[in-house]
Write a protein that binds this ligand. Structure first.
Ligand code: ZN
Length: 114
């Protein structure tokens, strides 16, 4: 189950962010999994539930989004679907062919910052 190593990588990245921002807690996180990446969202969720015990993510709500597209915004990570204009509507930046299409992206982390 490579979902566990993916969860570990995500949690480590969040821990870095928590230290950088001196956050007190993690409220929520959103990850995108590319449909070409062979990541099972349910397995990822299960792995997260197990792995987060004792980590900064212990009480964080997890959202897993499955991304059908191979394009995403280089700034905010928003996925842009094939057939749509390949440009992020929020950032007005050209979309980038996503690593997200065959892997896992940490989209958003909500931290409690003092
Ligand atoms: Zn954007």
């Amino acid at each position: 189950m490579h979902e566990y190593s993916l969860v570990q990588a995500v949690v480590e990245r969040i821990e870095e962010e928590v230290q950088k921002q001196r956050a007190l807690a993690v409220h929520a996180l959103t990850v995108s999994v590319g449909e070409l990446g062979g990541v099972d969202p349910e397995l990822f969720r299960t792995a997260f539930e197990t792995f987060r015990q004792g980590t900064v993510c212990e009480k964080a709500a997890l959202t897993v989004r499955v991304v059908p597209a191979t394009w995403s915004c280089p700034a905010c990570g928003k996925a842009i679907e094939k057939g749509a204009v390949l440009r992020c509507p929020a950032c007005d930046l050209p979309a980038k062919m996503g690593e997200g299409s065959d892997g896992l992206t940490l989209d958003r982390v909500e931290l409690e910052v003092p």
